[in-house]
Write a protein that binds this ligand. Structure first.
Ligand code: FEO
Length: 404
């Protein structure tokens, strides 16, 4: 992709990764790829590069920078966040412009050395309130710890009303286009929500506090240029409002979200029959329900739906006195993400001996989900009575949802 001018003298010089399908190991499916956004800022006196790209895309970044002039004359490299998708190209960039000074948060200094070795870079730690004058453009630094790492920070250029928040407000969305008004808004917001659910959910309180802090600082911006996905220039308020909503448990305005997410695995269809009975009953009661067989849906997609759901229902047969391992990734992830304000319940069929339902119930509780009932465990193939019990479990959930 060609370089793109974001603001006069500020260019996108990043890379598009069309084909990445997993992120953070195998924890996050990136069906639509991603981008690694880096920005070149030309002041009247000095030139700065804000963030770099994932190492395999180093030559793309170098090529973009060469199009903008003599790469060795970059004066500053701002590192808003140490994670390798934004710093992988840094060692090579520093070889090409060895006189550049690196600006980063205090918390990033040691991790940078631990990632790349002590290469003798001139590193200046900065904190909220510190600035870097490029001549006609000033980079203001705003620490943003835990959005999403302790070292994370935002850069802000008031002359351009441009916020560069690194991972925050990003989306894993590869596109030939660079701006929000050039892509489908429903897809954009869905990817932004999945990103929030899988990366920022544990930091709800910090997200809400940081947004309030930025509002209270009175900084004026009309463009938000994150490190992944497209740049918010048409309506940056849309993603700010969405983050305010998601961090406080409010669903995306205009989106019809599932109120209940039912997730199960099954061996010989007995637990699936229960899942369908629960879903049917909830649907008959008027709820919008999403039903997932965990074996056929990536769990990071399910977590995206749980973000805006009120209830989570999980089911598993029992094998070796325990739930099927296929549910583990989802429940382990939820334990780390700790979605707030949700209720849940478990169900499952077993053969000779049970064990899955109490285990699922315990894991829901560990994830901070309020369990409304000990759950429903039935033996072998569901009878008419068992199916009615499954429907009754849905009715209990209905009552609990009404009592919220
Ligand atoms: Fe996109 Fe935390 O790295």
């Amino acid at each position: 992709m060609a370089i793109v001018e974001v603001k006069p003298g500020v260019h996108w010089v990043g890379a598009v990764d069309w084909n990445v399908r997993q992120f953070h190991g195998a924890t996050y499916s990136t069906h639509r790829g991603t981008t690694y956004n880096a920005y070149f800022v030309q002041g009247s006196k000095y030139r700065a590069l804000v963030d770099t790209v994932h190492a395999p895309f180093t030559e793309v970044l170098v090529s973009h920078l060469k199009n903008l002039g003599d790469l060795s004359k970059i004066d500053y490299v701002v590192i808003n966040h140490v994670e390798m998708d934004h710093t992988g190209a840094l060692p090579h960039i520093m070889e090409l412009c060895p006189k550049a000074k690196v600006y980063c948060s205090q918390r990033a200094v040691e991790p940078l050395k631990q990632h790349f070795g002590d290469l003798g870079w001139d590193i200046t730690p900065v904190k909220t309130g510190d600035t870097l004058d490029l001549g006609g453009k000033t980079i203001h630094f705003i620490e943003a710890p835990m959005l999403h790492w302790p070292d994370s920070m935002f850069s802000f250029i008031p002359e351009d009303k441009l916020l560069l928040p690194n991972d925050a407000f990003g989306q894993h969305l590869a596109s030939s286009q660079r701006f929000d008004d050039e892509v489908d808004n429903a897809i954009l917001m869905d990817e932004a929500a999945k990103y929030y659910a899988n990366i920022l959910l544990p930091f709800n309180a910090l997200v809400a506090r940081k947004i309030k802090e930025i509002v209270d600082m009175g900084i004026e911006f009309d463009t938000i240029a994150p490190s992944h996905g497209v740049i918010w220039r048409k309506d940056p308020g849309q993603i700010i409002k969405a983050y305010q909503n998601w961090s406080t448990g409010v669903e995306t305005p205009g989106r019809v979200s599932p109120e209940v997410v039912v997730v199960f695995d099954t061996m010989w269809n007995s637990t699936e029959i229960m899942a369908e009975a629960i879903t049917d009953e909830l649907s008959a009661l008027g709820y919008n329900v999403n039903l997932y067989n965990i074996g056929r849906t990536d769990y990071s997609d399910i977590i995206r739906e749980i973000l805006e759901a009120k209830a989570v229902v999980v089911g598993s047969p029992t094998m070796n006195n325990a739930m099927l391992p296929s549910l583990s990734s989802l429940l382990d992830a939820l334990k780390g993400l700790r979605p707030q304000g949700k209720i849940g319940v478990a169900f499952g069929s077993h053969g000779w001996k049970g064990g899955a339902v109490p285990q699922l119930t315990s894991l829901l509780s560990e994830a901070g989900i309020k369990v409304i009932d000990p759950g429903l465990a039935i033996q072998w193939v569901p009878s008419e009575t068992d199916i009615e019990a499954s429907r009754d479990l849905a009715r209990k959930l209905d009552q609990a949802l009404k009592d919220l």
